[in-house]
Ligand binder design. Structure first.
Ligand SMILES: Nc1ncnc2c1ncn2[C@@H]1O[C@H](COP(=O)(O)OP(=O)(O)OP(=O)(O)O)[C@@H](O)[C@H]1O
Ligand SMILES: [Mg+2]
Length: 310
């Protein structure tokens, strides 16, 4: 196993405020790694440090063994960064944009041509080579933004919330794009707030909160560790707050949360459903519906994000 990204005891403060606390992590070469966490968790801060846009206050980070501070130039030549805002020029055509970004990275002219045509066909933009960036649809703009970060054949592609504002079809297309780039051997680091996206795409995910790592692992492992089963129960009159306090005393119940019109119960171990129904009955509640499912990545996220708040 070769680690392409190594983060060691990294901290980043802005004045008195510490946005990253002693973060250490490894990302294996060739994988798709998801960085998750609630707003303000420190995801973009970590990404800015890894992409040499911001210096850590203490600690180190290496990409392919290169220090992001002391070997910044070398690091920049082997990473591609897709920022949340589009980085291409709206007035330039798709091809002109790629040529511009290629020359920025000093890629020789003939190589830019060959590389651009490969990237554009991979990202299904080959019919738009002569269209101006500004005239593309939202999903195509996202793809062009990614294309610009790929012209210099980076070994690592870093994307900060690339799927914001995309419709479900464009989002699927983005996932295909990311998988395709990954199949070419590029390691992917991506942040997202869409749990379904993280689950579908990522080999491993890391959830952080308030500048600290809460949990890291394969999506499947994290879901398994989250609990045995999730029950979603609706009842009338639906005084969920009181039922929740009673249920929380039962050992097999790991957590309860009130979601929309239901009470969501995560079981850490098997428990006869009747035991739970009895609690509802004892509070004069009539059960309307019961849904049982396996924990989702969203359950893992809510649990992890909640934990660090206490
Ligand atoms: N330049 C800055 N100066 C001061 N504080 C900052 C600066 N940049 C980020 N922060 C703070 O650091 C914390 C982490 O911010 P960051 O942008 O890394 O969060 P995030 O996880 O990317 O959140 P989001 O999901 O909303 O994008 C926040 O509290 C933010 O206000
Ligand atoms: Mg962010």
């Amino acid at each position: 196993m070769e680690q392409i990204i190594e983060v060691r005891s990294l901290s980043k403060s802005y004045g008195d405020f510490t946005a990253l606390f002693d973060v250490s992590l490894d990302i294996e070469k060739g994988t798709i790694f998801g960085l998750l966490g609630p707003n303000g968790a420190g995801k973009s801060t970590l990404i800015r440090v890894l992409s040499c846009q911001s210096r850590p206050t203490s600690g180190h980070a290496f990409i392919a063994g290169l220090d992001v501070v002391s070997q910044k130039k070398d690091v920049l030549s082997i990473i591609g960064v897709v920022p949340q805002e589009n980085s291409f020029y709206e007035d330039l055509t798709v091809n002109e944009n790629l040529t511009y970004f290629g020359s920025l990275y000093r890629v020789p002219g003939p190589e830019i041509k060959e590389r651009s045509s490969n990237i554009l066909s991979m990202l299904k933009l080959d019919e738009k080579t002569d269209s101006r960036g500004g005239t593309l649809s939202g999903g195509m703009k996202t793809r062009l933004n990614i294309a610009c970060a790929l012209v210099h054949k980076p070994r690592v592609l870093i994307l900060d919330e690339p799927s914001v504002g995309l419709d479900p079809v464009s989002r699927q297309a983005l996932w295909d794009t990311i998988r395709e780039v990954n199949r070419e051997g590029t390691t992917i680091l991506i942040t997202t707030h869409y749990m379904q996206e993280a689950d579908a795409l990522c080999d491993r995910i890391l959830i952080m909160n308030r500048g600290k790592i809460v949990v890291e692992g394969k999506p499947g492992e994290l879901k398994e560790a989250a609990g045995e089963k999730v029950l979603q129960i609706t009842s009338s009159p639906g005084n969920y707050g009181i039922i929740k306090s009673s249920l929380e005393h039962i050992q097999a119940i790991r957590s309860c949360s009130i979601s929309d019109t239901a009470l969501k119960i995560t079981l850490g171990e098997e428990l006869p459903a009747q035991d739970i129904f009895d609690v509802f009955k004892s509070h004069g509640e009539k059960i309307n519906s019961v849904e049982s499912s396996s924990p989702s990545l969203e359950d893992v996220f809510i649990h992890a994000a909640g934990e660090a708040w206490h």
